[in-house]
Design a protein around this ligand. Sequence first.
Ligand code: SF4
Length: 584
Amino acid sequence: MIVGRSLVLPPLSPSGPQNRVVMSMQPKPWPEVPAATARVARKAFRKGSLAIRARDELGAWYADGDFAAAYGVRGAPGMSPAQLAMVTVLQFCENLTDRQAADAVRGRLDWKYALGLPLDDEGFDFPVLSEFRSRLAAAGLERALFELLLDRLKELGLVRPGGTQRTDSTHVLGAIRDLNRLELAGETVRAALETLAAAAPGWLAAVIDASWQEVYGQRIDGWRLPASETRRQELARQYGRDGYHLLEAALAPGAPGWLRELPAVEVLRQVWVQQYTRDQDGTVNRREAGLESGLPPGRSRITSPYDTGARYSQKRGKEWRGYKVHLTETCTHPGEQAADARPGAALNLITNVATTAAAVPDAAMTGPVHDMLAAAGLTPGEHAADAGYAGADLLLDARARGITLLAPLAVPSSPQARAGGYTADMFTIDWQNQQVTCPQGAASRKWSACRTGTRDGFIAGFPAATCRSCPARDKCTTSTRQGRQLFLRPREICEAVTVIRASQSAQQWKDRYAIRAGVEATIRQATAVTGIRTARYRGLPKTSLEHAAAAAINLIRLDAWHTARPLDRTRTTCLQRLTLTTTA
Ligand code: SF4
């Protein structure tokens, strides 16, 4: 892009975060329900409602003081954060938008009852909810909505440590567009230009010319980009040159120092580090996949300039960019005594919610989930999860914490296992003499300690000459120059794996493990009721806060339990009912 022609840019917008009103919080006790509100609400809701029952059964589970860290001590007093927290949870119970939730506070009698508001209360403008979430996320209180309700449920004895809990994860689509690498580069420059045009219009007008408006005036869409590969490569380099030009100008000694502090400029810098390189003569090159080129792996690559926490991942053929949420809930084996001890009633409550970037594997969350449950005072005695959460180390680690991890060890996936050949468990290990005997009776010659990734172990090597002349060589190794190399975990892990595999093949273990499947229904409920699979907000903190609204699911389940109403009624069509009638 040629810098030269003058460009007129609009002045700084008056509505930016820098203009946010400074607010304080003066803790007030949770208001009693005014007599008039109670009278009218009970007449209007003769059978009650979730909001009314939540208030009656749980009382006040949020207090203003719980959110003090999110507010200053000076400034105009804002709305009660405890009330806003309750509005947020009720909002997720019904999957309402901010505007609908603010309308409900103004117009719904059961919400006024739950919040302890007089009938003529005018409520608040809907952006207050967004501001509240931003404050919680900035203060690191994104889990507070969930944890405070859980504390109340513990006080009431509805959740307890011990017993069985189960966990599963599901994908969460980020609140961003899917961008390919070319779109990402163009959109990142455009995002930086938009921010700079709002924050420093005069400075930007001197840095770019009118031709930039033609390229970056509209969002970068794949269908407007050239189809030819050559022209796409050239466009990618052009984006690269423009990005470097903008960065150099923003980071130049004469530029205002605060420009480099702008998040969009920092994102541009990070994306360019990941996506481009520059030769000494200034030639811009795009990084390509592969170790030499240095393009980072998907798990650490920024996928959108608007949400730098979102990551690309895929699982069972499903590809997505965004996050992953892990839900843990209580459950009871058939025939065992439930924690609530109410005959015929199953009250499974969510005990933990953990949100991560999409690329974090489930196995990396087994330990953190146990940590979070321990911190909440809800360590389970038995924890059911799928094979993604299992591993020899994880099973032993859980055992050391007093938890039986009810998760199947993954079947071996080595090339030999896939081809039906000799897998590691077919070899006999003599730990004393550090020697391994193969299924053909040959003994290993080498034994050395090694470390692969984070896993310690040993390598046992067989003589090349023995393996070359072995009749079963095809079942064992593909190497033509070396003998079979066997990676072994430390003795206690190998022996534990043998015992665990044997126990997991027993019918009794399979019957107990069947309880895990129930968590799929919880994921389904979270998806259908709170829309958990599509992020409303951007960034990990706010997405975590949204998922902490799993508190809403606990409220819904508690309400169904109080009213003895099934959570999911089986629906039958008229035709099915007719069939039932005629066959009766
Ligand atoms: S290839 Fe080597 S290690 Fe494998 S079975 Fe034959 S002799 Fe044993």
